[in-house]
Design a protein around this ligand. Structure first.
Ligand SMILES: Cc1ncc(COP(=O)(O)O)c(C=O)c1O
Length: 292
């Protein structure tokens, strides 16, 4: 199936929707059951069943199915914001006393969560590296390193990491990896195929693309995502609202088209700014002047 067709139709069941051309919005909090046995079975399979919309909702699941397919992951889990997804992914991987190696120019609140919150509350230490050379990551590893956290391109200065090389290094040391892929989106970059364990996004940016919703997502292997669904997702409650998921399904239909246009526009703006006498420096990986 072509990418555009997949995003428009994957996971949809027209017959169940009475032929509706776009999927319906399940704006309900609770689900009902025909029998006590059915309730029991649902609680035994909490990561997949529909019981209560904090745990799972069909509109949210449909958006997750499309995003998982897009990123090449086994499963995706949507959250109420990018930070809800990022903090859940970090708490899933980390335990008190662990050490993290992270890229210096990651999104500010992610940096705060690692460097302030997790350091103070869970005694988790983070070493920040520029990320431009894989040897920097290797040099920063300690026997306590549990995680390497990437964001490529990174926030503000759009510095890049060699994702496949870092993933191989991490695998050789049995270290987990997370990447924030919000800037490139899975349209331009597929980190899971390069060996990264968990991909996180602020969907509030390109994935949603209309400045009308805030959301986040984690994509990865079934085991990781199911564990997060029955732990951080269910217990901390950072779920995504069904209406936002419904808007996101709308947005995904045009994502490939929008990304092509964003890229064309951005390069044109970057070239314009680069030759402007009042601009000292332009950080854009598409320019020949980008150091990487
Ligand atoms: C790269 C990146 N990651 C994560 C986030 C956090 O996402 P949210 O604002 O949806 O919580 C942002 C938000 O600006 C971001 O730019």
């Amino acid at each position: 199936m072509k990418l555009e067709t997949m995003l428009a139709h994957h996971g949809e069941d027209r017959a169940a929707y009475h032929g509706a051309v776009v999927p319906p919005l399940f704006q309900n909090s609770l689900f009902t059951f025909e029998s006590w046995e059915a309730i029991d079975a649902a609680f035994d399979d909490r990561a997949n069943a529909y019981i209560y919309s904090r745990g799972g909702n069909p509109t949210v699941r449909l958006a997750e199915a499309k995003i998982a397919q897009l990123a090449g992951g086994e499963r995706a889990l949507l959250f109420g914001s990018g930070m809800a997804a990022i903090s859940a992914a970090l708490m899933h991987v980390l335990e008190p006393g662990d050490h993290v190696v992270a890229v210096k120019n990651i999104y500010g609140p992610t940096n705060n969560f690692l460097n302030v919150y997790l350091r103070r509350k869970m005694h988790i230490e983070t070493t920040f590296v520029s990320g431009e050379d894989v040897q920097e990551f290797e040099a920063a590893l300690t026997p306590k390193t549990k995680l390497i956290y990437l964001e490529s391109p990174s926030s503000a200065v759009f510095s890049l990491q060699d994702i496949a090389a870092v993933a191989a290094l991490a695998q050789a040391h049995r270290i987990r990896t997370i990447i924030d892929n919000s800037w490139a989106t899975p349209i331009f970059q597929k980190p899971l195929a390069m060996g990264i364990d968990l991909e996180v996004h602020s969907c509030s940016k390109y994935l949603a693309g209309h400045s009308d919703l805030v959301a986040g997502v984690i994509i990865g292997r079934e085991k990781d995502i199911t564990d997060i669904a029955t732990c951080e997702y269910e217990l901390l409650g950072g779920k995504m609202a069904p209406f936002e998921a419904w808007l996101l399904i709308r947005s995904l239909r045009t994502l490939p088209l929008r990304m092509r246009q964003h890229q064309e526009n951005a390069l044109r703006v970057a070239r314009f700014l680069e030759q402007h006498e009042k601009i000292r420096r332009v950080h854009y990986p598409g320019l020949e002047s980008h150091p990487q």
